[in-house]
Structures are given as C-alpha cells and as structure tokens.
Design a protein around this ligand. Structure first.
Ligand SMILES: Nc1ncnc2c1ncn2[C@@H]1O[C@H](COP(=O)(O)OP(=O)(O)OP(=O)(O)O)[C@@H](O)[C@H]1O
Ligand SMILES: [Mg+2]
Length: 485
C-alpha cells in the first residue's frame, strides 16, 4: 500500500475496500500508532517501487519539462523516499518539514532550476497531494471562496461574493478526483464507487460535501462543497450586505422571542441556513434548543443547545436515522425550541404537529420560491408522510402551526436578500390566507448591482398581539403605518 493510500486509510484499516466501520469520524484520516503489519508494509513498498520503476522507464512520462510532469516526477520520488521512513502523518507539521527537506534535496540532486515562486507553488501542491485534498486545498484555504463545484477533473467553479467563476486549478484525470474523494469520505466510514455513486460527507472543518460519480454523473466525478464559514454571518453582516434593514432585524428578533413558528423559504443556496442560524441566535439563553440537521451547519452561541445529525444507511442498507426519526425523538428530549435544518419530506408533518402541540417558536427551512409555494410544498411533504390525511386536514395543520414565512432569495447580481416576510393568518374556506408584511422593492440597477430595499406593506400582522404579550413594543412605523415611503 502506498504512502498516499496509508495516509488515506489511517492505521487501523489497510484493506483495499472503501469502507471501514470502525474508523473514527473526526475526518482527519490520521495514521495513529501501529496496526499495519510489517508484511503488508513491505508489500506496499515493493508495489510502490514497481510502480516507480514503471514510471521511470525510458520513454515513460518524466522527460517533459512541463510543470505537471515535473510535479509528478518530484512527487513520485518523494513518495518513494518517504516510503522508507516510518512517518506519523497525524503530526502534519513534522511531516511537512520532512517533505520540505526531501523536496529541496531532490531539486538539488536533479539540478532543477525554477523560480522561487514556482518552487513554492510546486512544494505546496505536492504537500496538498500527500497530506491534503490536492487541487482543492488552495480553494479550501481561501476564505473568500464560499462554494467549490467540481464538474469532472478539468472544470472547477467557485463562488466568491455571490459570483460564480471558473477556478484556475484542475485535477489530472478522473482517477485523481476519485483519489481525493476517497480521502474525503473514507475517514467518515463512507464509500463511493459504482455501486454507490452518490455520497454526502463533511470535511474535517465542517464543510458540507456532496459527490456524484459515473455512471450517474456523465461529466466525470462531481463534487459540490459548501464551505463552512469559520465566522458565521451575523445579523449585523446581513444588514451591512443589504439583505435586510435594522428595522426588519428588530422585527424578526421580536418574532423569535415571542415564539412565533417560522419557516425560512428560498431557492438553493439562497441563504436559508444562514438566516435560520441568525434567527436561532435570537432565542433567549435560558431556553433548551434542539437542532436537527442532515449535516450540522448551524452554529448557535447559546449554552443550552443539543445538536442532532442524521445518519445514512450503512453498506447493508441498515442503520439509517432520518430527519423524521430525529424530530420524533427530540419531542422526548424536553425541547423549548426545535430547529430543523430543512424539511424535505414526511418530517414536515411531525414538525407541524410539534409546532401545534406546545413546541411553538420552532424554526425550519424549506426549498421554495414564494410564500404560496411554501404552503404547497408543505402540503406535498405532509402527504409524503403517508398518513392518508385529507388535504383539508393538512391545510388546517399548516394554517394553525405556521405563523410566518421569511422568503429569502439569491438575486441575479449574486446578492442574497429577504424578499418577503409573510404572515400565515388562517383558513378561508379551503384556502390558507396569508398577508405580506414586508416586501423587497427593486428601484434600479447600478453597475450590475440591484438597487432597492425591503419595505413594509403598511399591514400590521395579526400576531402583533403575541409580540406585545411578550412585552415587546414595536412602533407602528415599523409596519409603515403613519410614515410615508
Ligand atoms: N445574506 C447574505 N449575504 C451574502 N451571502 C450570504 C447571505 N446569506 C448566505 N450567504 C452565503 O451564501 C452561501 C449559501 O448560504 P446558505 O448555506 O445559507 O444557503 P442555503 O439556502 O441554506 O443553501 P442550500 O439550499 O444549499 O441548503 C453561503 O456561502 C453563505 O455564506
Ligand atoms: Mg441550507
């Protein structure tokens, strides 16, 4: 087994398969102490040497002067040297220093003359291959990049400040992407191969990863990484970015404190989770909060928080813990508030029931484009629970459970804004009645940027009584009453 392979697998498991049930889920992929037999180490070294000899055959790649060849050549040589030494790769700094020494020696040995900048970049990319996530490493280290999208080995896109552009890094081929992918998922005890070509995973820093490979993806291995922000966006950031105003922030704070059941709705990547995190931050410190998510993304500051995360089925298709299982379970955990990362299916019915049975002040998100769509989505999701409930009963549940929908959107210029805040009022006949309290109004476009602001519609929500009961007084001007716009 090569050093690369051993780094990936960790010391406890050196079988060729992708999955290891007993592997820790800290995502570090560390090589701890012992575990790998001397025999298999020797076999691995032999294999590596054979592979090297193959590569160094006359006519084989290695004579070209281009950067990639140089990188591969130096990298292979480094790996063969490293193979002779017992390395504890969990001590990244030491290994890095060691690699640096060998790297310098190889360049000197081969009389390779390159500029200082090239040398540094070559060294960093080799370290990234040996210890990190290859070409993705540099993108992961850049805090200004919020999303990384790999569409096959040569097409990598990134999102920065809401704009999507092509990154100037690439993998060598499909194999290279798969190797890095394996390094991401293997430490989590997951695998990705032809028989299971979709996987959700997380990087050690908490970033959310989704990968799809052939035969499902026709463009080669596809990876989507939503980077975990070390410093989550705060309410002040959202005001500064123009996603909402100070008045909206005060209004939302009042709604959360007075325990209104809230749904954050929006399209993909529109900022739902970010807004959910900010809203959850308004929950008073003395309340017990239970969060339920597919991949833990919420970062709450309160002390009394329990974080629950779903689990996918294992290789035999067993052991799955769904959002629905967790919502049902958390009702037995004496929650003051339930925060569900996203409702996508039958769990919506359990969530509505929780909201209707004393767990008010609960929050969740839902993929939809308008508040009316959100209601339809909720109906469909409740039907997915398979309880055979009549639509009218489901509507009644929705109308009495949900108090407010915050509609978030990613606009054409890449900015994210609250587009509407809508009150769910009740039922009239068969229809759920709603009333928009705030609405974004676009006034123009300047230099490609959308100009406008979220304004009150002039309607006071009916739930204002609950806000007042909670001892919060919002001046009528917040709702545009007695004020001209
Ligand atoms: N108001 C905002 N202004 C600027 N950037 C934002 C804003 N809200 C979120 N973002 C950024 O947009 C990206 C997507 O945000 P987020 O994860 O909250 O979206 P989402 O709607 O939950 O996405 P998904 O549908 O994939 O779950 C993140 O990088 C986040 O930092
Ligand atoms: Mg989200």
């Amino acid at each position: 087994m090569s050093l690369l392979r051993r780094i990936d697998k960790g010391s406890g498991n050196n079988s060729g398969g992708g999955d290891s049930g007993g592997r820790g889920s800290d995502g570090t992929g560390n090589l701890g102490g012992g575990g790998e037999s001397e025999e298999s180490k020797l076999a691995a070294m032999r294999q590596r040497r054979q592979a090297l000899a193959e590569q160094q055959r006359p006519g084989a790649a290695g004579k070209s002067n281009n950067y990639l060849d140089l990188k591969t050549r130096v990298q292979n040589k480094l790996l063969s040297e490293l193979d002779h030494q017992a390395m504890d790769v969990s001590r990244k700094n030491e290994v890095r220093t060691h690699i640096e020494e060998l790297f310098n020696a190889i360049l000197a040995d081969e009389s390779i003359v390159i500029s200082r900048a090239e040398r540094l970049s070559l060294f960093e990319s080799i370290v990234a291959e040996i210890l990190g996530f290859g070409p993705l490493e540099i993108l992961l280290a850049d805090d200004s990049i919020t999303e990384i999208m790999v569409n096959g080995p040569k097409n990598i896109f990134i999102e920065q400040k809401g704009n999507i552009t092509r990154a100037n890094v690439a993998f060598e081929n499909d194999e290279h992407v798969l190797r890095i992918l394996d390094r991401i998922v293997a430490p989590l005890g997951r695998r990705i191969d032809e028989s299971s070509p979709l996987v959700d995973a997380r990087l050690p820093d908490g970033s959310r990863v989704n990968a799809v490979i052939r035969p499902i993806s026709l463009v080669g291995p596809t990876i989507t990484i939503r980077k975990f922000s070390k410093k989550p966006l705060t309410i002040d950031d959202l005001i500064r970015f123009g996603s909402m105003t100070k008045e909206i922030a005060d209004f939302l704070r009042a709604c959360i404190i007075s325990r209104l059941n809230t749904i954050v709705a929006g399209g993909t990547g529109s900022g739902k989770t970010t807004l959910l995190n900010v809203l959850s931050g308004f929950i008073p410190n003395d309340e017990r909060i239970i969060t339920v998510e597919n991949a833990a993304e919420l970062q709450l500051r309160q002390e009394h928080v329990v974080t629950l995360e779903t689990r996918p089925p294992n290789i035999e298709g067993k052991g799955q813990i769904s959002i629905q299982d967790l919502v049902v379970n958390c009702l037995r955990m004496r929650p003051d508030r339930i925060v569900v990362g996203e409702c996508r299916g039958g769990e919506a019915l359990d969530m509505l029931q929780a909201m209707n049975t004393g767990h008010d002040g609960s929050l969740t998100t839902c993929h939809s484009n308008t508040p009316r769509d959100t209601i339809s989505r909720l109906e469909v999701m409740c039907l997915m629970a398979g309880m055979d409930l009549p639509v009218r009963a489901i509507r009644e549940q929705i109308a009495s459970a949900v108090d407010m929908i915050c509609q978030q959107n990613r606009l054409r210029d890449g900015s994210r804004k609250i587009e509407k805040i809508t009150e769910v009022q009740g039922m009239e006949g068969e229809i759920i009645t709603m009333s928009d309290i705030f609405e974004f109004e676009q006034t123009g476009i300047e230099g490609g940027k959308i100009i406008g602001r979220i304004r009150p519609t002039g309607l006071r929500p009916k739930f204002i009584e609950r806000i007042e009961e909670a001892g919060i007084h919002l001046p009528p001007s917040v709702f545009g009453i007695g004020r001209s716009y």
